[in-house]
Design a protein around this ligand. Structure first.
Ligand code: TYD
Length: 208
């Protein structure tokens, strides 16, 4: 599908340093006058943010894995409609904090729902809105949680346990090998070094 704007997504385990990189990119794009929007998943709009609250609320511990996966994809479809498509139509650069690779890593691999099920329920998003590039910040959950001094006790996903987060990480490593839209950045570097790699990738992929 012909698109006027570019669509880039950021991925990684909880606590991998994505937020710092997104802040740096925001400053860079503003300074350089690049028309853009920043958005995030789950969320990025009234309905998607309401779904986010259900998904991440630590009190919703009885949620089934299938319900979780379907809510992430429901939130995705609404978010694409509300925020991503309009900005792409205006020729803006869309920067999204997490996208369907998170559903593959967290729901397909870590929850064990499998790629087939997750591909099926995401087929609308995946077909029409493949990112121009996905930047995966490669930092293991052990290193990530050590850095942020433990998981957030109010966040349902962060509370899922180390085995779960290690499976998320393995899922990402598999995706990085198999999906050519994924570019890997070494998350053990300093924030400035990571950002230099991010910029180099975005330039190489003609997103800047
Ligand atoms: P958030 O607080 O935004 O985490 P982070 O700052 O690490 O991105 O919470 C989003 C959580 O939702 C995170 O634990 C990953 C999870 N998630 C999925 O499990 N599947 C998905 O499809 C998406 C988009 C996110």
């Amino acid at each position: 599908m012909e698109r006027k704007g570019k669509f880039i997504t950021f991925e990684g385990c909880d606590g991998c340093g994505k937020s710092t990189q997104l802040r740096k990119l925001s400053n860079y794009l503003t300074k350089n006058g690049v028309p853009h929007i920043f958005t995030r998943e789950p969320g990025g709009g009234k309905i998607s943010e309401a779904i986010r609250e259900i998904l991440l609320n630590g009190k919703n511990s009885e949620m089934t894995d299938e319900c979780e996966a379907l809510l992430y994809s429901a939130s995705r479809v609404q978010h694409l409609h509300d925020r991503v498509q309009p900005a792409l139509d205006e020729g803006k650069l869309v920067v999204c904090d997490r996208y369907f690779h998170s559903s593959f890593a967290y729901q397909a691999f870590a929850r064990g729902l499998g790629m087939d099920f997750i591909s099926k329920i995401n087929s609308y998003a995946i077909e029409h809105y493949t990112p121009d590039v996905t930047i995966f910040i490669d930092l293991s959950p052990t290193e990530a949680f050590a850095r942020k001094k433990g998981a957030d006790e109010n966040d349902r996903l962060e509370q899922a346990g180390m085995d779960f987060h290690n499976r998320v990480y393995e899922g990402y490593l598999t995706l990085a090998k198999t999906d050519k839209c994924v570019e890997v950045v070494n998350g053990r570097q300093t924030p400035d070094e990571i950002f230099a790699d991010v910029l180099a990738i975005l330039k190489k992929r003609n997103c800047l």
